[in-house]
Design a protein around this ligand. Structure first.
Ligand code: SF4
Length: 259
């Protein structure tokens, strides 16, 4: 790059924010003794959006970071923790600094993902300053491209001392030769798949699975009169919407058995 061939003194460098001793001490105390929920504000400085997808995975139902008291807020004014994702681009340097100055002191800065930590795959791009530490004092680095939700929660837990307070590790060791039991082994594979697909198409992923399991339970139990057992299941279903789905599964079963 042409710019890199100029003497260092002539090259434009971002001035990183430097903490004074008093603030550094207050921050160290916060990191050591935070015993309540933490409010997190996220700033995307110029990544590919992969990190954002993992952060949303972390805060939504499956991983549910809120159960550990990690709460995402819509304004830096309420934030204890600022999470910077993506490499710091020239265009985002000022907004990133504005968010930093808007958050009340003492605040914790987390640099998230390979791009946030080092500039990542964009590190030598003409419009990139580098990682978050090029402009801000970073307390915690969470590496990964992107970090998984589990890594993200673990990173926060380590950073905020939540590990001792709220998280407890458990290690599962599988016996050699262990095989997970097959669900409904007596129902032919193609019938199982067709029933699950139909149920999920009609009722959604979660409820469809539940209805399909109920239906397959009856098939798996077998007996001389399987169709009679299916009809009895439909008959005793009090919810007309579920009964309709069960009837549709019966039609799928008939089509598969006839086929
Ligand atoms: S670390 Fe990976 S996933 Fe995250 S912004 Fe950079 S390239 Fe995208």
């Amino acid at each position: 790059m042409l710019e890199a061939s100029f003497p260092a003194a002539l090259q434009y460098q971002p001035d990183p924010v430097v903490l004074d001793a008093k603030m550094a001490e207050a921050k160290a105390k916060l990191l050591e003794s935070i015993k309540r929920s933490v409010y997190v504000y996220r700033v995307d400085c110029g990544g590919c959006n992969g990190c954002e997808i993992e952060i949303f995975g972390t805060i939504t139902a499956a991983f549910d970071a809120e159960r550990f008291g990690i709460k995402v807020v819509p304004s830096p004014r309420h934030a204890d923790v600022l999470v910077y994702t993506g490499a710091v681009t020239r265009a985002m340097r000022m907004p990133a600094l504005r968010a930093y100055h808007a958050a009340p002191d003492p605040k914790i800065v987390v640099s998230y993902g390979a791009c946030g930590c080092t500039g990542g795959i964009f590190h030598d791009n003409y419009c990139v300053w580098g990682g978050t530490d090029k402009i801000l004092p970073v307390d915690v680095f969470i590496p990964g491209c992107p970090p998984t939700p589990a890594q993200t929660i673990y990173g926060f837990a380590v950073a905020l001392g939540l590990l001792d307070q709220k998280l407890h590790a458990s290690h599962h060791v599988e016996e050699p030769g262990f095989a997970a039991p097959l669900a409904f082994p007596d129902v032919p594979y193609k019938v199982r798949v067709a029933i699950e697909r139909e149920a999920r198409a009609l009722s959604g992923y979660r409820w469809g699975k539940e209805i399909a399991d109920e239906f397959l339970d009856v098939l798996d139990a077998g007996g001389a009169d399987v169709l009679g057992a299916v009809d009895a299941l439909i008959e005793r279903e009090p919810d007309p919407r579920r009964a309709e789905v069960l009837s549709a599964l019966r039609r799928v079963l008939m089509a598969k058995v006839v086929a």
